[in-house]
Design a protein. Structure first.
Length: 351
């Protein structure tokens, strides 16, 4: 198949592109604006493949989107391009509304216009796959899980913008008949993750000898999903998923943030000990909590397991070991991003 990936130079998008080129026969077009968090260095291992091509562009640009869809003639549009950092959404929500809501509308409108003109057999095989987050469901208490029928209750500008985009995709399916799929995933981690998110931020700050900032008490709980498990699930969904359905994707790995940080420190203590012999955990510093910080996310991924046969391969223990090792062995990749973007500066206090 020909698969158009929006945001294919980002963290999850680049993992999907690498996976598709390395493990399938699909042709892939990566359409990415190359904002601060997108870099083609994440795709260097597959850049020379005859089945891969890249086009720089903005998903909010109606003409550019329509032109790239018309020229590439995809059977699948996998829509990952998004602003995704909660702290940034607190300081500057406008960019999130523009990219996540307006950009998704632009992709839907262009895809629907293209789809309507296809011959009947190609209309039947076409899919618009929208990749979203579990944060649209709000915050859980100590028990319970998000399912595909959990009511939406977003709490941050980021999650509200993603909830809006989910609703637009659903509307284009119901009203216009566009063959849509939606997936909502838990927190991803793994190689090539931009170092503003928790796990890569802790790794690079630990190695730099800087304080490791943990919001509040660190008791907030997330379900952690290794990115390569996630992109396998995405392939299952757009190849085998039922049109109009939503699938939750989780890693079955709930952890408190403070426990995640301590695990990173323990692995670094073993693989790259501090010169003074002390544990990296000595660098942990508790800082003011994020405004409106959701307490707990947890995914029930029963539906995708039972209906499509997917389940995560990595445990949190195996995935975090691979992740820390990757950052130790690929300093050139993340050092260049840090110098270019000044990642790691505290944001999200605008409220």
């Amino acid at each position: 198949m020909r698969i158009l990936v929006t945001g294919g130079a980002g963290f999850i998008g680049s993992a999907l592109v690498r996976h598709l080129i390395e493990n399938t026969e699909h042709d892939v077009l990566n359409f990415d604006k190359l904002t601060y968090a997108g870099t083609l260095t994440s795709l260097s291992s597959i850049a020379s493949s005859s089945r891969y091509r890249f086009k720089q562009g903005d998903i909010c640009d109606e003409r550019a989107v329509a032109a790239i869809i018309e020229s590439f003639q995809p059977q699948v549009v996998t829509h990952l391009a998004a602003e995704s950092h909660v702290d940034r959404s607190i300081d500057g929500p406008g960019a999130f509304i523009q990219t996540n809501v307006v950009g998704t509308y632009t992709m839907l409108a262009a895809s629907a216009g293209y789809w309507r003109k296809l011959p009947a057999d190609r209309r039947e095989e076409f899919r618009f796959h929208h990749i979203s987050t579990d944060e649209v469901f709000g915050s859980l208490g100590e028990t319970g899980y998000f399912t595909e029928s959990t009511p939406y209750d977003p709490r941050s500008p980021y999650s509200a913008s993603k909830a809006g985009s989910d609703h637009l995709v659903s509307a284009w399916g119901h009203t216009f008949g566009l063959p849509v799929l939606i997936t909502n995933c838990s927190n991803n981690y793994g190689p090539y993750h931009f170092p503003e998110k928790l796990i890569p931020l802790m790794i690079v700050k630990a190695l730099a000898g800087e304080p490791l900032p943990v919001y509040g008490s660190g008791a907030n709980v997330r379900d952690w999903l290794y990115v390569e498990d996630h992109v396998r699930a995405l392939q299952y969904v757009f190849e085998k998923g039922v049109v109009g359905q939503t699938y939750n994707i989780g890693g079955n790995s709930e952890r408190r943030n403070i426990d995640v940080v301590n695990t990173v420190c323990t692995i670094l203590d073993r693989l790259q000990p501090r010169e003074d012999g002390q544990s990296y955990s000595k660098q942990i510093t508790h800082v003011a909590d994020r405004p409106g910080h959701d307490q707990r996310y947890a995914i029930d991924a029963t539906k995708i397991r039972n209906e499509l046969g997917w389940q995560p391969v990595e445990t949190f223990e195996s995935g975090i070991e691979k992740t820390v090792s990757w950052y130790l062995n690929n300093r050139e990749w993340w050092s260049a991003l840090l110098q270019r973007n000044q990642a790691g500066k505290r944001q999200g206090l605008g409220a």
